[in-house]
Design a protein around this ligand. Structure first.
Ligand SMILES: CC(C)(COP(=O)(O)OP(=O)(O)OC[C@H]1O[C@@H](n2cnc3c(N)ncnc32)[C@H](O)[C@@H]1OP(=O)(O)O)[C@@H](O)C(=O)NCCC(=O)NCCS
Length: 161
């Protein structure tokens, strides 16, 4: 899984995507500190201990460098930024039943706009799984020679509860 580079100065607007989701009752927002356990536990259950660890780091920042998608009080997805390394996007995930309705793209755009606001000119998608998704949605390009990148010599993941 290569890292990918994204130009933050040519990002598509978030608003149309956010408005479309809002019509379906799906809201994107930063989680608040008192929601940390709920969000991190959900990420652990849906996507495993390593992504939960990274999500946990997002809560050490203010504003929390994570965006969540919520519908009827239930989490549908999350996206973190500036947690794995400075300027990195990820991890991100949408629960299986909620995929294919634009939630993943809106989370990605919201997080990348967050990085742009922090002053970055480029973002790095760390260990991009679905490369085509990132190419299509934000014109990301693969960084040559980036496998295994920072993900070498890693310790085994901790327990997933
Ligand atoms: C990748 C993921 C976040 C996409 O979320 P999603 O809500 O289903 O994506 P969207 O509905 O916003 O899709 C936006 C566009 O990307 C396309 N797309 C979605 N997933 C794709 C994939 N895996 N490969 C290629 N294109 C994809 C959609 O078809 C859609 O295209 P359209 O504009 O022509 O309709 C989701 O599939 C997921 O959580 N996967 C498991 C975790 C994961 O791989 N995370 C990324 C780790 S780097």
């Amino acid at each position: 899984m290569p890292d990918m580079l994204v130009k933050l100065y040519e990002l598509p607007a978030l608003a149309p995507h956010q408005e479309r989701l809002a019509k379906a009752g799906i809201k994107l927002r930063h989680p608040l500190a008192f929601e940390k356990r709920a969000v991190v536990d959900w990420v652990n259950q849906e996507f495993g201990a390593e992504w939960a660890s990274e999500c946990d780091v997002a809560f050490a920042k203010q504003p929390v460098s994570c965006i969540i998608a919520v519908q009827d009080g239930k989490l549908l997805g999350f996206a973190c930024y500036d947690v794995t390394c400075k300027g990195f996007f990820g991890p991100t995930g949408v629960t299986a039943e909620a995929r294919g309705q634009g939630v993943g793209r809106a989370l990605l755009l919201a997080a990348l706009h967050g990085l742009a606001e922090m002053g970055y000119a480029y973002a790095i998608i760390g260990g991009a799984g679905p490369v085509d998704f990132y190419q299509k949605t934000v014109g990301a390009i693969e960084i040559e020679g980036s496998v295994p990148g920072i993900y070498r010599d890693r310790l085994p993941a901790g327990d997933q509860t």
